[in-house]
Design a protein around this ligand. Structure first.
Ligand code: MG
Length: 455
């Protein structure tokens, strides 16, 4: 008997904001108040299943994100799931076309909204197949993977035929990698929880020691406080983690290009794997210049968490600007566009180290990194593990005692947030946002701006 057709009957968009800034989570040199937020979309269906998809935002930005999701979500209401999934590449192309494309084609907040809408479809698809998302994709034929991608703008670097060839080359050994994934041996973790600005030295030492005892060897820290302060802090971290520890630093777009080069030369003796987001995420040639200049010092360059589409990743790879592709599972147009970036990265031989430093990111990226390993690159990379807010999720991410991500097992894309979280943190109705401190934060138009924030 053919499976019952599933039809999307309606949707809800909810504004969910956690006041993570109160714990100094998410602070960086450009933003003093990180408030992990979701524009949270749920598609209801006539089969009782709910497709959940969200994009990530920061506090005030969530107003704009939720509005953008509301503008795209109605497009799929009344559609059957199979009409959307039969050709996901076409579905991606259609959702990013039309009048709304004028606002900013495949970038900006509309790209985030596109991601939320497509994530909800992928989540629904995986739930309908009773598989975790990574397994849905792992069970695709190479042709089915290729059909999920919109190759427009990519064919000078990657054609569907080349992608097919790459995927077919991995087919023979895929079963073995699926076995490793099922044994939680697919995705090694690295740690950033120790690295947020705002923690005291003592707190950092304590967090590092605890992370090392959990098997972590890679550590990423925020930098950019000034050479003296950075050298002191990073020197102290190097001392705690020893020579075998792999250190990375992140400055969240702080510098001009030449400034980045000059600054980082002075940290060369600390043996850093890479500098992350040294300058504007839009400056492709700038990243290439920084990478070339720092190469003799043994420091690489990484970026990606603000890269909005496959075209920018294509150019970063063409320009040889990257040592690690830090795609973000919510910046790109969902699994569709992620697959294209995984394929291009594999083609250029650059490891994918997804950005997953916010609530829910590890939940999504544990699928993405597993897909990279099992289906696309065939190579193990690493994935950030931050340890906040997992308890908010129905299918929380976790790590093993030997420092691997636990491979997701629940059907879907691990997007579902527990209903109790909305009672507290839905904005503005949740109890936290109705409290005195919550109201003060909401009413401060300068939240996060150094020197201007009043709450
Ligand atoms: Mg970063």
């Amino acid at each position: 008997m053919a499976p019952k057709e599933i039809t999307i009957t309606g949707f809800t968009v909810r504004d969910l904001r956690w006041p993570t800034s109160l714990d100094n989570i998410g602070t960086d040199p450009m933003n003093l108040a990180g408030e992990n937020s979701f524009g949270y979309l749920q598609y209801q269906t006539d089969a009782g299943l709910v497709g959940t998809g969200w994009s990530f935002a920061n506090g005030q930005g969530n107003d704009v994100l939720c509005t953008a999701i509301r503008s795209l979500a109605p497009r799929f209401v009344g559609r059957t799931l199979s009409s959307l999934t039969a050709n996901m590449g076409q579905t991606q192309r259609k959702i990013s076309s039309g009048q709304i494309r004028f606002m900013s084609p495949e970038r900006g907040v509309l790209q985030l909204a596109t991601n939320a809408v497509l994530n909800a479809v992928w989540d629904l698809w995986a739930k309908a197949e009773a598989k975790p998302l990574w397994r849905l994709v792992a069970d695709f034929t190479p042709e089915e993977v290729v059909r999920a991608i919109d190759f427009r703008y990519l064919s000078d670097v990657l054609t569907p035929e080349q992608a097919l060839e790459m995927l077919r080359a991995q087919e023979g050994t895929k079963a073995e990698r699926i076995r490793l994934a099922l044994e939680n041996k697919a995705v090694p973790a690295y740690n950033t929880s120790a690295g947020w600005l705002g923690h005291s030295d003592e707190k950092v030492r304590e967090l590092l020691k605890s992370a090392m005892s959990q098997g972590f060897r890679h550590f990423k820290l925020k930098a950019g406080l000034g050479l003296e302060a950075d050298r002191k802090r990073l020197g102290f971290v190097r001392e705690v983690v020893g020579d075998e520890g792999i250190l990375m630093v992140d400055v969240n777009q702080l510098w001009d290009v030449d400034e980045a080069i000059e600054y980082m030369k002075h940290l060369a003796d600390l043996k850093l794997w890479f500098i992350e987001e040294p300058t504007s995420p839009d400056d492709i040639l700038g990243h290439a210049k920084i990478r070339a200049a720092l190469k003799p010092y043994g420091i690489g360059v990484a970026t990606g968490e603000h890269i909005n589409n496959r075209v920018m990743f294509k150019q970063l790879l063409q320009a040889e600007a990257l040592d690690a592709v830090q795609l973000d599972a919510c910046r790109l147009a969902s699994v569709n566009e992620i697959l294209s970036v995984l394929l291009m990265s594999a083609k250029f031989g650059v490891p994918v180290v997804p950005h997953s430093g916010g609530a829910g990111m590890v939940e999504l990226c544990s699928h993405v990194s597993t897909i990279d390993f099992v289906v696309v690159s065939g190579k193990k990379s690493i994935l950030e593990y931050t340890d906040h807010l997992h308890e908010a999720f129905e299918a929380p991410a976790a790590i093993t005692p030997d420092g691997f991500h636990v491979t997701p097992t629940a059907p879907g894309y691990s997007c579902d947030v527990k209903e109790a979280e909305f009672g507290k943190f839905e904005c503005p109705s949740g109890t936290f946002w109705q409290s005195e401190i919550g109201q003060k934060m909401l009413n401060d138009p300068w939240r996060g701006v150094p020197g201007e924030q009043t709450s």
